[in-house]
Design a protein around this ligand. Structure first.
Ligand code: A3P
Length: 337
């Protein structure tokens, strides 16, 4: 797929340099509330969520330029809630006629983020405008932005949105580990307590997490055919059942013959944590999301309940109380162990 570079002076790597931003974005940033960042010097509160400067610029461009088609599929998550997994299974389901599950499957040689690009980190990053004319149909793209900040055409068109939610405890621990890998040395280490306090105040990329969850949750209740709300914990418990749900929602249901032939299990195995983690591209590859990131950091433990090894009972109680308060009345809750 071709990407047009509008402004060659923009850096194409993942480095977060506020000086590389457009004038529009620079001016906007100076008006926004800001907090100390975790991967960049600052996080800004833009359209109701916390975000890094470079991504704000890209999101502005997505909102202006991305025109959704009815056949599009948008995968939405907050970072570290299983995006890589969701991309892999969605890609495998939708492309199973072109790419049967066998030895030369694209997922065996490419990281899922290369096959299903992010709107804000890849397609519209660095002042790029993607040329979708060579993009396979249905267009499968991903985003971390909250529902409220999706381009209007996504909300109005018949395109489908899949949201994957993960319990906030494991999501926090996962993002803390990941930020530890990505954070430039100049910012120093990120103490767990400091990161946790920010998280509890809602200050995390694309957060507050409770708002992110509720935006997609409410939409999934109101428009069942438009937004599918999946949970990481349920996928871990019964991946095959969730795969079937997803395939049905996407308009690519498994036939009885496919089910009998074991295709659901085969896709589930192809996309399992261990299969993906052990692949050469994911052990030694780089740059699937940011130029400066290693693919192996996308596969840590892949478990439910690992938070117990990091959060004290006092921390757990604080986050439980916050989530209970923020999600009260929504019927949304999480199993965390
Ligand atoms: P942990 O850090 O808890 O291990 P994202 O893909 O949104 O960046 O989320 C990363 C989290 O999902 C990490 O969690 C990672 O290990 C886990 N993960 C990645 N691939 C997975 C898979 N195929 N199955 C289950 N979990 C996966």
């Amino acid at each position: 797929m071709a990407i047009t570079k509008l402004n060659q002076s923009q850096s194409s790597n993942g480095a977060q340099n506020e000086q590389q931003l457009s004038k529009d974005c620079d001016e906007l940033l100076s008006t926004l509330p800001k907090e100390r960042g975790q991967r960049t010097p600052n996080l800004y509160f833009y359209q109701g969520f916390w975000c890094q400067p470079k991504e704000i610029q890209a999101i502005m461009s997505v909102q202006r330029n991305f025109i959704a088609q009815d056949s599009d599929i948008i995968l939405a998550t907050i970072p570290k809630s299983g995006t890589t997994w969701l991309k892999a299974i969605s890609y495998a389901i939708v492309n199973r006629y072109n790419f049967p599950v066998q030895n030369d499957h694209p997922l065996l040689s490419s990281n899922p983020h290369e096959l299903v690009p992010f709107l804000e980190y890849k397609l519209y990053a660095d002042n790029n405008i993607p040329d979708f004319s060579t993009f396979p149909s249905p267009r499968l793209v991903a985003t971390h932005v909250p529902f409220s900040a999706l381009p209007e055409s996504v909300k109005r068109s018949g395109c489908r949105v899949v949201y994957l939610a993960r319990n906030p405890f494991d999501t926090f621990v996962s993002i803390w580990h990941y930020l530890g890998k990505l954070r430039p040395e100049s910012l120093g280490p990120l103490p767990l307590e400091e990161a946790f306090d920010a998280y509890c105040r809602g200050v995390i990329g694309y957060g507050p997490y409770w708002d992110h969850l509720l935006g997609y949750w409410n939409e999934s209740l109101e428009k069942t055919g438009k937004v599918l709300f999946l949970r990481y914990e349920e996928m871990k418990q019964d991946a095959n059942a969730q795969l079937k749900r997803l395939a049905e929602f996407l308009g690519f249901p498994f036939s009885i013959e496919e089910e009998k032939g074991g295709l659901v299990e085969n896709i589930s195995n192809l996309c399992s944590f261990q299969t993906l983690k052990d692949l050469v591209v994911n052990k030694h590859g780089k740059g699937a999301i940011f130029a400066d990131s290693e693919n192996k950091d996308l596969f840590r433990k892949g478990k439910v309940g690992d938070w117990i090894n990091y959060l004290t009972p006092v921390m757990a109680e604080r986050l439980t109380n916050i989530m209970n308060e923020k999600l009260s009345g929504s019927n949304l809750s999480f199993s965390v162990l």
